[in-house]
Write a protein that binds this ligand. Structure first.
Ligand code: XIL
Length: 348
């Protein structure tokens, strides 16, 4: 009798599951997105807008493999405001629409940075007061434009040097370190629901740079500044070895009550690749994902491009490449399988 009832219950549940829309009980189609489902961690990629427009297999892979996207370039200041006061949101809007259609959330990247700023901004001798007004307007206008459509913003990007001192930028020179708190306050004012992140590279393990972030985050939060997250880009290289204390680092930000994210993961190598390097690369990708899954408040893991066909690495690091989980033909490497397996095996 008892068993009979349970069997009947199971039969009913299965029937309901079977008749539910595909999205409610999706099958594992072998994608990263399917493996990540239910893990509490979004899986993302940076998106190259020309590839998204021109390359159908690329476009299909972005939709199939990921549930969050980051514009690789098109939300940067030089793109959105090519002339003073003249905005061009077209490319960024296209990505946000694509994400919406595919049930993906968007990581906005990035609001205050030393790089990829328009020449009109960096080459004019503005006074500190003018620069502050310009930065405020930039943040209010950009975050305001995407209000309700961007899940998380990299508000301040790469503001520290590796030794833990603040990076010398036009912002620090003109405004002192106050520009950091101001940037977060303005972003929050423009979209109170968006998650606001600090973001940098070489800050994945415990070191002088991540110590500086920890101290800053603590101080800002104590002062009531709306800083919600700590982003670790995760640009690794097999030839440098990997940081050993990533989980310890992520967990100390957890304890501050902050969210964390891996925001730009790639693992480059000296070309040409060989079996050992490709295996080491898989370990690098897996190490960061494991730390994310094992920490309570790690909300997303984003790769900086998923195919070597469009990766930024060969153009920026002489003689290096092969840094993403799929090769130039969009074929998976061991790193891809490691990411899937890690999502399936390491559950919170
Ligand atoms: C890179 C892009 O991938 C390139 O296409 C562009 O030419 C330069 O910027 N840290 C960041 C990213 O925060 O915005 C950078 O993206 C890579 C390093």
């Amino acid at each position: 009798m008892r068993f009979g009832r349970i069997t009947a219950f199971l039969a009913v549940s299965l029937a309901v599951a079977g008749s539910a829309p595909a999205s409610a009980h999706p099958v594992d189609d072998g994608s990263l997105r399917a493996a990540a489902r239910g893990s509490g961690v979004h899986i993302g990629t940076a998106v190259d807008m020309s590839a998204l427009a021109d390359d159908a297999p690329y476009r299909a892979a972005v939709a199939r493999e990921f549930d969050t996207v980051t514009p690789e370039n098109v939300m940067k200041w030089e793109v959105v405001e090519p002339q003073p006061g003249v905005y061009d949101w077209a490319a960024a809007d296209r990505l946000v629409d694509f994400a919406h259609k595919n049930g993906q959330v968007v990581r906005g990247h990035t609001l205050v940075w030393h790089s990829q700023n328009p020449a009109w901004l960096t080459e004019t001798a503005y006074t500190p007061a003018q620069l502050r007004t310009l930065l405020r307007k930039h943040i209010l206008d950009e975050v305001g434009h995407f209000k309700g459509r961007v899940w998380a913003w990299d508000v301040a990007n790469e503001i520290f040097n590796d030794d833990g001192t603040l990076r010398d930028t036009i912002w620090l020179r003109a405004l002192g370190s106050d520009y950091i708190a101001d940037a977060f306050r303005w972003a929050h004012q423009a979209d109170p629901k968006a998650l606001l992140f600090l973001n940098d590279y070489n800050n994945e393990g415990v070191n002088a740079k991540s110590d500086a972030y920890y101290a800053l985050a603590k101080q800002l939060r104590a002062a009531g500044v709306p800083v919600h997250g700590y982003g670790m880009q995760g640009h690794l290289g097999v030839q440098y070895g990997f940081p050993g204390d990533v989980l310890e680092n992520v967990r100390r930000f957890d304890r501050l009550g902050m969210k964390t994210a891996f925001t730009e993961v790639d693992v480059r190598m000296e070309l040409p690749p060989d079996t050992a390097k490709v295996q080491a690369q898989a370990e690098g990708f897996g190490l960061l994902l494991r730390a994310c899954l094992m920490a309570k408040n790690c909300v997303s893991y984003t790769v900086w491009g998923f195919t070597d066909k469009y990766s930024w690495v060969p153009g920026f690091f002489d003689g290096q490449g092969s840094a993403t989980p799929l090769d130039e033909n969009l074929q998976p490497k061991p790193a891809y399988d490691t990411l899937r397996e890690t999502f399936l095996l390491v559950r919170r």
